[in-house]
Design a binder for this molecule. Structure first.
Ligand code: NDP
Length: 251
């Protein structure tokens, strides 16, 4: 590597986990490119970051938008596939549009972004690709089959990608959190409250019932794992999935 400052792209880098990853990588000295659709939230994230953050509009489900965004981003050393959506419905009631959308954002989006950065990483002989997968990449659960399917798909993508990388200087790994304190989880709690007439406190307790941690995971705890996987120190770690769930699942 030359002395140039390493550049890290974070998709969905304007809220929740993505925002925490932007802040952490910026603090670690990366030039961060935060991608997303909500421009106002992107600008707020950039303003709050400790170092330089460029913001680029990108809808990961739209191949033309992805191509344009990565052309604007410049050479990418670290790609963090974070953009994601969640929805719930019993299997019998999953509609095709929602199934397709879940797979497009959570699995096809990472594929499109990976295809943008791989050639440059190979040329430069160094790269880190980290995907925010989920405990749902490892285990099914009721009413979230579309989400679980998309997160299994993206873990499979990352594992296969990692098998194509030996000798390239590039690694591909996933981090798999349980429930994290983000807008996505706020919506999940609101949904439980609406469907079960529980209070916020009761809904949160239902979400965390049976977890060893007994609390939500902080976005910064996920960002710390991403920062490690993005570092030179993690060069021998490839094809792994790091569970951040307090030890519920042990693979
Ligand atoms: P949030 O809902 O808080 O944020 C989602 C992010 O994804 C936003 O920045 C949003 O940007 C972006 N996004 C959604 N759709 C698109 C799209 N089509 N194109 C580009 N960006 C998009 O989610 P979290 O921070 O909670 O989740 C981040 C990731 O972590 C997701 O992949 C999620 O599945 C995963 N995860 C979350 C867990 C949790 O408990 N919260 C647990 C395990 C994994 P914009 O608003 O600009 O569209």
């Amino acid at each position: 590597m030359s002395e140039r400052v390493r550049r890290a792209v974070v998709t969905g880098g304007n809220k929740g986990i993505g925002r925490a990853v932007v802040e952490r990588l910026s603090a670690e000295g990366f030039h961060v490119v935060a991608m997303g659709r909500d421009q106002e939230a992107l600008a707020a994230t950039a303003a709050a970051a400790p170092g330089p953050v460029t913001t680029v509009a990108c809808d990961v489900t739209d191949p033309a938008s992805v191509t344009e965004a990565f052309a604007a981003a410049g050479p990418v050393d670290v790609l963090v596939n974070n953009a994601g959506i969640a929805d719930s419905a019993p299997v019998q009631r999953i509609d095709l549009a929602s199934w397709d959308r879940m797979l497009r954002v959570n699995a096809t989006g990472p594929l499109l972004c990976i295809q943008q950065v791989l050639p440059g990483m190979r040329e430069r002989g160094w790269g880190r690709i980290v995907t925010i997968a989920s405990v749902a990449s490892h285990q099914g659960a009721p009413y979230i089959a579309a989400y679980v399917a998309s997160k299994h798909a993206v873990l499979g993508l990352m594992r296969s990608l990692s098998a194509e990388l030996p000798g390239s200087g590039i690694t591909a790994n996933s981090v798999c959190p349980g429930y994290v304190r983000t807008p996505m989880t706020e919506r999940t709690i609101a949904n439980i409250m609406e469907k079960t007439s529980r209070s916020e406190e009761e809904a949160l307790a239902a979400l965390l019932a049976g977890t060893r941690l007994g609390r939500l995971i902080e976005p910064e705890e996920v960002a710390a794992a991403v920062a490690f996987l993005a570092s030179d120190a993690a060069g021998a770690i490839n094809g792994q999935s790091i569970l951040i769930d307090g030890g519920d699942l042990q693979q």
